[in-house]
Design a protein around this ligand. Structure first.
Ligand SMILES: [Zn+2]
Length: 385
C-alpha cells in the first residue's frame, strides 16, 4: 500500500480523521488509479474531486477540444484554454489543484481497437460520456477486464448514476440488452442541460469511485440514483440483478471480444454528428433559394418548426413559430410554387408557400406536380393560419 508523506498527511487531514476513512483509506486511494472517459460536464467535476482527494493516478480521456459553449458546465476548462485538447486542459487544471497526483492524458476517440489497452491500465473506470455506442464499449471492456464502471448521465434538469459490474452486480447489457433506436437518443447539444446538473452527478461519480478506491462499498451497485433538479430531488430505484443470459457477463457469453459498437448501436461514438434522416436535396429549400424568394418580394409564409426557445434565441425576419402540437423532430422543407392551386383551403391565399414539418404534408394533394410524396410525410394537416 502506498505510503503518505508528511505533507500529504497535512493536506488530507480533514478526511484522514474520518473513522470510516482514516490513514488506511487514504493510502488505498493513493495506490489506486481511475480513468475518466469524457472530460466534459460529468468528467470535469469528477476529476476535480478525485484529484483533490488524492487519487494516485488519474487518466483523462477525450478526443475533443474546449469550446466556449462548454464552459457553463465543464468547470475544469477556462476561457484561455478554448481550442486546447480537453484532456490536456483537464490535466493542467487538476495538476494545479494537486501536484502530488499523477495524470495521464489520452487524446483519442475510444474505440474497439484501443479500449482494452487503455482501460487495462486503470483500476476503476468512470463513464462520463454522452453516447450509447461508447456506453456499450465501456461496459463490455470493463466486463472483459473485470473492472468496476461508475456510470453517470445528465440531460436538461435530470441526472442518473449507477455502478456496473461491482461484485456480482449487473452490467449495462444486463439492463439494456439492445441499444435504443438512434433517433430516440438525445444528448446535451440537442436537448440542453443546466450546468450544475452534471456537476452534481459528476461529483457523485467521484464519490463512488473514491469509495471503491478506499475499500468502502459503493452505494449504487444494482441501484440507480435519479436526480430531478426541477422538482423531485433524489430518488433511488433498485435495478434487476445480473442476468445469467447476458451476452457479455452471463454464463455463456456470446461477446468475448470487443465488437463494432457504432454498427451495433446504429449511431456514432461521439456527439458531433447525429444522423438525421433528411429529405432529398430537391425537396429542400436552400438558403440561396430562400434568399431569392425574399429579394424577389414574393409573398410567402415562413414557418419555423424548431422549439420555441430556439425561436426566441434567433429567427429569420417575418418567420412564424409553428404551433407546438404540430412541431416534429422530423423536419422537412417543401417549397411550393403557385400554391393557390395547391392549397385547398379557400382562405389560404399565399402565392408562395414555404413550410416545414412532415405533419403538414396532407395539406398538399399528391400528384399535383408541386411536391413529391415521401414516406416521412404523414397526417394530420396543419390548420390554416
Ligand atoms: Zn451483463
Amino acid at each position: 500500500m502506498a505510503q503518505l508523506s508528511v505533507e500529504e498527511v497535512g493536506r488530507y487531514g480533514r478526511q484522514l480523521i474520518l473513522p470510516e476513512w482514516g490513514r488506511r483509506g487514504q493510502e488505498s486511494v493513493k495506490g489506486n488509479s481511475v480513468l475518466i472517459v469524457g472530460v466534459g460536464g460529468l468528467g470535469c467535476p469528477c476529476a476535480l474531486y478525485l484529484a483533490a482527494a488524492g487519487i494516485g493516478r488519474l487518466g483523462l480521456l477525450d478526443y475533443d477540444r474546449v469550446e466556449l459553449s462548454n464552459l457553463h458546465r465543464q468547470v475544469l476548462h477556462c476561457e484561455n484554454r478554448v481550442g486546447v485538447a480537453k484532456s490536456e486542459s483537464g490535466r493542467d487544471a487538476v495538476k494545479g489543484l494537486n501536484s502530488h497526483i499523477s495524470v495521464t492524458t489520452h487524446t483519442v476517440l475510444l474505440d474497439s481497437s484501443n479500449a482494452l489497452s487503455i482501460l487495462s491500465q486503470y483500476d476503476i473506470i468512470v463513464d462520463a460520456t454522452d453516447n450509447v455506442a461508447t456506453r456499450y464499449l465501456l461496459n463490455d471492456g470493463c466486463v472483459l477486464l473485470g473492472k468496476p464502471l461508475v456510470s453517470g448521465s445528465a440531460l436538461r434538469f435530470e441526472g442518473q448514476l449507477t455502478v456496473y459490474g461491482w461484485r456480482g452486480g449487473p452490467c449495462y447489457r444486463c439492463l439494456f440488452p439492445s441499444p435504443p433506436p438512434p433517433a430516440s437518443v438525445t444528448n446535451c447539444s440537442e436537448g440542453g442541460v443546466l450546468g450544475v446538473v452534471p456537476g452534481v452527478i459528476g461529483s457523485l461519480q467521484a464519490l463512488e469511485a473514491l469509495k471503491i478506491a478506499s475499500g468502502m462499498e459503493p452505494l449504487y451497485s444494482q441501484q440507480l440514483l435519479l436526480f430531478d433538479a426541477l422538482g423531485g430531488g433524489f430518488r433511488t430505484i433498485r435495478l434487476r440483478p445480473r442476468q445469467p443470459q447476458c451476452a457479455v457477463c452471463g454464463e455463456n457469453p456470446s461477446i468475448t471480444a470487443l465488437i463494432d459498437y457504432e454498427l451495433f448501436c446504429g449511431s456514432r461514438a461521439d456527439d458531433k454528428d447525429k444522423r438525421v434522416d433528411i429529405l432529398d436535396p430537391e425537396l429542400r429549400v436552400s438558403p440561396q433559394e430562400y434568399s431569392e424568394v425574399v429579394s424577389g418580394g414574393k409573398p410567402h409564409l415562413l414557418l419555423d418548426v424548431r422549439e420555441e426557445v430556439e425561436y426566441q434565441i434567433c429567427h429569420l425576419p417575418h418567420s412564424r413559430s409553428i404551433l407546438p402540437q404540430f412541431r416534429s423532430t422530423t423536419c422537412v422543407c417543401l417549397y411550393i410554387r403557385k400554391s393557390e392551386q395547391v392549397l385547398p383551403e379557400p382562405h389560404v391565399t399565399f402565392q408562395t408557400f414555404l413550410c416545414a414539418t412532415s405533419k403538414m404534408a396532407p395539406w398538399m394533394p399528391p400528384g399535383s406536380g408541386y411536391w413529391k410524396p415521401h414516406p416521412q410525410l404523414m397526417t394530420p394537416p396543419i390548420p390554416c393560419l
